[in-house]
Design a protein around this ligand. Structure first.
Ligand code: 13P
Length: 252
């Protein structure tokens, strides 16, 4: 018996100016309010520049707002960075940390990701901790080992099912249109949950949500979201259109 409520999360990445970001967020909040309510939680993670605008626009709706990254420190001399407390202050409930694009573009290690996730939790945010193997690692048969290692290295010490979500995002499936097969996704999600059970205990592991991310679209969401250990999606491209994002939520 699972009591996990699915989470459908949009990661807008570095897309959107004020007008289109506002229209997208309002569009999602409006379809959500119009009902029938989907059987999932919904979240949008706009670029930092739009977080305040979006959070204000959807305040009081059922749509949650999150950041795409946060700094490990609460304040100080970190030019260009954003603290978790500042995201919370704007109305965020979540922060994505350790996305593969951050790991690649900004050389973020598991230790850095863990520190960021810890900071997010300390600020009262749910940390969405991203892990996932590259194509070379998959081809070398290292998929489960890589994901277990990233999970162990990135998971905060105080992780609970309430303050942590894991996102499994195979790097080769991100933005490529190449999606993990249901068998591939379920295999890794089950391995992640088994590893969580070894770290946190079986009870918490059974309640902690594990999202799939990587070319999730309306036409493949239903079978991915029906898998026993897939508790939602972290969606890039398809989260930039109200109709697509909504269609994915409805298949949850
Ligand atoms: P796409 O859905 O565009 O493949 O992006 C997935 C992703 O990276 C979400 O964080």
């Amino acid at each position: 018996m699972t009591t996990r409520r699915k989470l459908i999360a949009g990661n807008w990445k570095m897309n959107g100016l004020k007008a289109d970001g506002l229209a997208l967020a309002k569009g999602v909040a409006e379809v959500l309010a119009a009902g029938p309510a989907p059987a999932c939680d919904m979240l949008v993670c706009p670029p930092t520049t739009l977080v305040a605008l979006v959070a204000d626009a959807v305040a009081g709706s059922k749509l949650a707002v999150g950041g795409q990254d946060c700094h490990a420190k609460t304040s100080g001399a970190h030019t260009g960075d954003t603290s978790a407390a500042a995201l919370a202050d704007l109305g965020c409930g979540y922060a994505i940390v350790g996305h593969s694009e951050r790991r690649t573009d900004h050389a973020e290690t598991d230790a850095v990701v863990k520190a960021k996730a810890t900071a997010a939790q300390a600020a009262g945010l749910v940390a969405i901790v991203c892990i996932g193997e590259t194509l070379a690692q998959r081809d070398a048969g290292q998929t489960l080992e890589v994901n277990r290692r990233q999970l162990r290295g990135s998971l905060p010490d105080a992780a609970t099912p309430e303050n942590t979500v894991i996102a499994y995002e195979p790097v080769w499936a991100i933005g490529t249109g190449r999606v993990a097969t249901p068998a591939q996704a379920q295999e890794v999600h089950a391995a992640i949950r088994a590893e969580l059970a070894a770290i946190l205990g079986a009870g918490p592991a059974a309640r902690l949500r594990i999202l799939y991310g990587g070319s999730m679209k309306p036409d493949n969401a239903r079978e991915l979201l029906a898998l026993p250990d897939v508790d939602g999606g972290l969606i890039g491209g398809a989260a930039l259109k109200v109709a697509d994002f909504w269609a994915i939520a409805q298949s949850a």
